[in-house]
Design a protein around this ligand. Structure first.
Ligand SMILES: Nc1ncnc2c1ncn2[C@@H]1O[C@H](COP(=O)(O)OP(=O)(O)O)[C@@H](O)[C@H]1O
Ligand SMILES: [Mg+2]
Length: 507
């Protein structure tokens, strides 16, 4: 691969058929070797940009240059990546090592539907890296990954020598890997040097400097408008007093005075022309200055505390995991204000445990919000169709929450395929209207953009009802003050829930 290899997009525009507005407009950018971070709100077009780059989608206008031998590592885990079989059955040293390090078994293609999303994600990543592409477009790779897999991923990506584009909401990962970031806020797309933190700081500085320039240009424009009005008034007055009609032919003094004044009038005309020219220049400058709109974010979760003594009470038992593996758990209790997080490596059975637990919750069904780890693309479409038919007032309420979670309702409502992050926000908004006694969320921060993660954290801190979470996101769990309960894989591959409080219930 030549050392100066890079991918470039020229004047790229793209609009989905169903959308009211374009998603990408006239984008020209270079993507050099190394990683470019792709940043933006859920629904901002990150996945779309990656798919345009690798040739999965055709732009309406413009071109992509240099994206040969490009691989897209998908955000969705619904389906196995095309050609996975070749990787799973290949015994070259690269395939062997990648499979070993990422815990990928050769029967994963057959078992795809029952694999955990973490196992699927590891497999997608292993398969993408094994192809050693020149261009790697990797879409939210840390979703579902446990800490060990996340570190392996970072190590592997650090060794990547091609052109990489990475979509992620993982600040540390972006800072560690990226030499530049592209920030999508349709229709704007701006490139900044550095990782996420540097790009964010540069963006903020540029934004305030643009706001300042805009203000001073507007002040200047107002001043010119005022001066123009004054000069016009003045010119009109003197025009009236400068008529030569009614003057005696020989009144040369008066005629000379009027001629002098006419001369001044023409100077006045020149000044007015200059002012008009200046106004045009200012307007042109102002039109070029774009200040991204800032939407208010932050939500309130109207949870309520159940009057029951215990929301959940499970006697010590075990659950069947894939194959012959078993998950053993001790007595498990949840009180009305408990905040518990189940943690543990990929494949340890966290989702299996939670799915079992929710069937035993001691609360009316409408008081339990359960947000699964993933929704299939088809289920997402159905969900949106259902939301579209809600009465206006309710729809408005849901869309207000979506907006306060940092996604644009208009774009979502016109979408044929909501992005996974948009879908999560929809589910959360729908559940919130029910004043729940317990919220159960499987990997709440997956797919969510940073402003909505922060909004969710703040809402969870205030929310009085019980929380039962699964998460690999330590920062999130610290911030919402959840108590962790660990699932540990034993030497015989069974899983054991740590003995957290077998006797007395936790609060
Ligand atoms: N096939 C499609 N048809 C119409 N709209 C789509 C389609 N796929 C995605 N969208 C919409 O386009 C916008 C951008 O989507 P996407 O690129 O997936 O966003 P991101 O990856 O930044 O979350 C979203 O509002 C999404 O709902
Ligand atoms: Mg996406």
């Amino acid at each position: 691969m030549p050392t100066n290899h890079h991918v470039a997009v020229r004047d790229l525009s793209f609009t989905y058929d169903s959308a009211h507005e374009p998603l990408i407009v006239g984008l020209s950018a270079n993507f050099p070797r190394g990683f470019t971070g792709v940043i933006g709100a859920n629904g901002g077009g990150k996945t779309t940009l990656l798919r345009l780059l690798v040739g999965d989608l055709e732009p309406n206008q413009g071109s992509v240059e240099g994206a040969n031998n490009a691989v897209y590592c998908a955000q969705r885990t619904d389906d196995p990546p095309p050609g996975l079989n070749e990787f799973l059955n290949n015994w070259d040293s690269d395939a062997f090592e990648l499979r070993g390090r990422l815990g990928i078994n050769d029967d994963f293609l057959d078992r795809w539907p029952t694999l955990s999303h973490g196992e699927r994600k590891r497999t997608q990543i292993g398969h993408a890296l094994w192809q050693s592409p020149e261009v790697l477009a990797i879409d939210e790779p840390t979703n579902h990954l446990d800490q060990e897999a996340r570190l392996l991923l970072i190590q592997a990506l650090e060794k990547f020598r091609g052109v990489g584009l990475i979509v992620s909401h993982d600040r540390q990962l972006l800072d560690a890997l990226c030499s530049q970031c592209i920030w999508l806020e349709p229709p704007a797309a701006d490139v900044y040097s550095g990782g996420y933190s540097q790009a964010k700081a540069l963006r903020a500085t540029q934004r305030s400097s643009t706001i300042r320039t805009k203000r001073s240009l507007s002040t200047e424009q107002k001043r010119i408008t005022k001066e123009t009005i004054n000069r016009r008034k003045h010119a009109e007055k003197s025009h009236q007093s400068r008529s030569k009609q009614g003057l005696a032919r020989n009144d040369s003094d008066a005629r000379e005075k009027i001629d002098r004044a006419k001369n001044t009038d023409s100077k006045e005309g020149q000044a007015l022309n200059q002012l008009a020219g200046r106004t045009n220049q200012l307007q042109a400058k102002l039109a070029k200055l774009h200040v991204s709109k800032e939407y208010e974010t932050g939500i309130w979760l109207p949870g309520s505390v159940s009057k029951r003594n215990l929301l959940l009470e499970l006697a010590a038992s075990s659950l069947q995991l894939a194959g012959t593996r078993v998950l053993h758990y001790p007595n498990f209790h949840l009180q009305p204000a408990s905040r518990i997080a189940i943690t543990g490596p990929n494949g340890s059975g966290k989702s299996t445990f939670i799915q079992h637990a929710i069937t035993q919750i001691n609360a009316p069904a409408e008081k339990v919000i359960y947000l699964p780890q993933e929704l299939k693309a088809t289920a997402t479409q159905k969900l949106l169709s259902k939301v579209r038919t809600l009465p206006n007032e309710e729809l408005g309420h849901i869309m207000n929450i979506v907006s306060r979670l940092n996604s644009r309702p208009e774009r979502l409502l016109s979408s044929e395929q909501p992005s996974p992050g948009e879908a999560r926000k929809l589910l959360l908004a729908l559940g919130m209207s029910r004043s729940p006694h317990i919220i159960v969320m499987d990997e709440p921060t997956n797919h969510l953009d940073l402003p909505s993660i922060e909004a969710l954290e703040a809402a969870f801190v205030e929310c009085p009802c019980a929380l039962l979470l699964i998460s690999h996101d330590d920062q999130f769990l610290d911030n919402v003050r959840a108590r962790r309960i660990e699932l540990v894989i034993q030497p015989n591959n069974d899983t054991k829930m740590s003995d957290w409080s077998p006797v007395s219930p936790v609060t």
